[in-house]
Design a binder for this molecule. Sequence first.
Ligand SMILES: Nc1ncnc2c1ncn2[C@@H]1O[C@H](COP(=O)(O)OP(=O)(O)OP(=O)(O)O)[C@@H](O)[C@H]1O
Length: 315
Amino acid sequence: MAELDQVDPFAHATVAVQDVHVRYRVPSTDAAERRRHTNPISRAARAVLGNDPKVLVRALSGISFVARSGEQIGLVGQNGSGKSTLLRIIAGLENPAKGKVLAESTPVLIGVNAALVPDLSGEENIRLGCLAMGLSPEQAEAAIPEVKELAGLGKSIFLPMKTYSSGMGARLRFAIATAANPHILLIDEALATGDAAFRERSEARMQGLRDGAGTVFLVSHAAQTIEETCTRAIWLNHGRLVLDGPAEDVALRYRKWAWAVAKDKPDEARTIIERAFAEREQTYVHVEEPKAPRQYNARHVRPQSAARRQDKGKS
Ligand SMILES: Nc1ncnc2c1ncn2[C@@H]1O[C@H](COP(=O)(O)OP(=O)(O)OP(=O)(O)O)[C@@H](O)[C@H]1O
């Protein structure tokens, strides 16, 4: 423990998320919104263009944390709490309205980084996906057997991907994404679709990535999956970070909260969230921009050195 205390927590940081805010302006058919927009100009514009008033959706509000190598971080929260948005922001697929995300290497978001083609077979898609992730043709060829084994699709691997069930597609995408040994792997519910044997193989694969000092982010609604596979968990609610801590602790509280919501006990649910908010340690992330080296040009340097030469001559 003493040794751990001496470790600089920022020395092994793989992802730093600094006060990230994400907002969307979306059209709403809510009649109350229509009434609120009483401005005659906007009403006239709506009458002409026929479009609905826009409302602001705050998908993420002030999210800050630092992920370190060797961590598997579970993201939990109810539908619409911002989990997928956070993964997209970390992957660099969207820019936050405010805040910053820094990653020490390119994060791989399963299913997006690998551009798969429905008309090609699973096997051909493995080759294509590996090349799309930056592997050389030789490396892609060498990776195929391992990816096939991890996906575990049997003879279906030779059939067009458009004939796969959603679970089969998810297994193949997961297997392809891990082939490039990404240092930062982002997984959105991929494991929920697999059977027990696939789960076991994929958990072993993720353990391998973590052992290689990588960081894995896993989105799941199931507190049990987070408890069993993650070292740390982040609980999001309406785009805000409720709790960030050891997976077992966060999963337990999230489960209690979900139970209170399911049993229609809003006061109990609110108390659990408020207590978690009050107890959580606030993380402030400060990212230092590297300073640009000072630029000197010849005109500035010469007079000074000339003066120095004169001084030396005098002494
Ligand atoms: N492209 C978008 N345009 C407008 N609103 C969006 C967009 N993407 C997400 N949102 C909104 O942002 C909020 C967070 O959505 P997000 O998909 O991140 O939630 P989630 O926690 O992943 O949900 P789920 O568990 O259902 O997958 C939701 O209110 C959603 O409606």
